[in-house]
Design a protein around this ligand. Structure first.
Ligand code: PLP
Length: 400
């Protein structure tokens, strides 16, 4: 009954900007979570890929506690001894020249937008206030007013205007549309290599490499949002690696802390992030020592425990198993790594609720897609356990 108490308090005293499943989690470890009534579930969402390293990973936890005992926040008015180490780690593990840390994903996207515009004016020579950024239809880049302004999802924008402009939306996966949208005032093309919130939508083969080529020819920055697709989720460190490209800037967040603490970052070349001068941009908590220590540990876990390779292998294993499900409601199964969208020709919510009853937590995205994205520490045996239950749920819905 504790569950109902929590839910009624939430209903009474919280804003209702979410519609969560009615499970109230009290503790978690690895791929497993336990609710306030003692029920155990396997987490098949991983906090939208923020806990790729698994819940409460002991090594990240140790770094978190150690740092919390020493110093947590200095503000950037002073320096701290962890940020320098994070900068170096990000450079060493990604090859990008420099980075800029923020807190949430949306803030890092805002940072990339500001960098692209300023780069457009200072380096490319776009006339003042004319810079344009091209983005893709059905994008998801966060919830700030600027970002929802170029969303194509009506609900994300409804009631939040006016929006300032400076963005142009083209069809995702359509290379001609991108080519036609570029003008001398285009500063950047901002895109998710795989659209997560849109339902794990993978663009046609060659799209990103063509886009990279066109951007280069036109002196337009290619900025990829890897906040959800990155850091192992797609079976590579970055999803753009499938296309053998090197974007001008990469935005990361979510799993950068393994779920312990909000931290995000923009990675790029000196020429791009170098446009920021002291006072141009900042954040009180951005680059704080607690976040930096946690991010270093989270990156180490990802690499040392070979979670990226694991995502690739077990992702293929799960995908194959799911493809063996023959069901009239399933129209498509797509994915990369442990990031799989099961597309139905009906509402996905009842399936997610039925999966919850069987002990698997996942969430519908875009009404009719079930997203399977467990923490990358999941084992083959745990996948087998989950698949038995997924099969059972689909059998329940046979003929419905
Ligand atoms: C989650 C997400 C964001 C926003 O991150 P927040 O931390 O929620 O602000 C941006 N882009 C993509 C692709 C995301 O998945």
């Amino acid at each position: 009954m504790k569950t109902q108490e929590c839910i009624s308090l939430e209903d009474q005293f919280g804003a209702h900007n979410y519609h969560p499943l009615d499970v109230v989690i009290e503790s978690a470890s690895g791929v497993w979570v336990t609710d306030v009534d003692g029920h155990r579930y396997m987490d098949f969402l991983a906090a939208y890929s923020a806990v790729n390293q698994g819940h409460c990973h002991p090594k990240i936890y140790a770094a978190f506690v150690e740092q919390a005992k020493k110093v947590t926040l200095t503000s950037r008015a002073f320096r701290n001894d962890q940020l320098s180490l994070l900068y170096k780690k990000l450079h060493d593990k990604t090859g990008y020249d420099i980075s800029l840390p923020m807190n949430s994903g949306a803030e890092a996207v805002e940072t990339a937008i500001k960098a692209a515009r300023k780069w457009g004016y200072k380096i490319k020579g776009i006339p003042s206030n004319k810079a344009e950024i091209i983005c893709a239809a059905n994008n998801f880049h966060g919830r700030t007013t600027t970002i929802v302004g170029f969303s194509t999802e009506e609900q994300y924008k409804d009631g939040f205007g006016p929006f300032d402009g400076g963005f142009r939306v083209v069809e995702f996966g359509n290379i001609d549309a991108l080519r036609k949208a570029i003008t001398p005032n285009t500063a950047a093309f901002l895109v998710e290599p795989i659209q997560g919130e849109a339902g794990i939508v993978i663009p046609p083969k060659g799209y990103l490499s063509e886009a990279a080529k066109i951007c280069k020819e036109n002196n337009v920055l290619l900025i990829v949002d890897e906040i959800q697709s990155g850091l192992g989720r797609s079976g590579k460190m970055f999803a753009f690696e499938y296309d053998n490209i090197r974007p001008d800037a990469v935005i990361i967040g979510k799993a950068l802390s393994g779920g312990f603490y909000p931290i995000s970052a923009v990675l790029s070349r000196k020429e791009v992030l170098g446009v920021f001068k002291p006072g141009d941009h900042g954040s009180t908590f951005g680059g704080n020592p607690l976040a930096a220590a946690v991010a270093i540990a989270a990156l180490n876990v990802l690499i040392e425990e070979k979670l990226i390779e694991r995502s690739f292998e077990l992702g293929n294993y799960l995908l194959e198993k799911l493809r063996s499900l023959k069901h009239s409601r399933i129209t498509e199964i797509r994915g990369r790594g442990l990031w799989i969208g099961l597309v139905l020709n009906t509402d996905a919510r009842p399936y997610c609720e039925a999966l919850m009853k069987e002990g698997i937590l996942c969430k519908e995205t875009h009404v009719n897609v079930i997203r399977f994205a467990p923490p990358l520490v999941i084992t083959k045996e745990e996948i087998d356990w989950a698949f038995e239950r997924i099969e059972k749920v689909f059998r329940q819905f046979e003929g419905k």
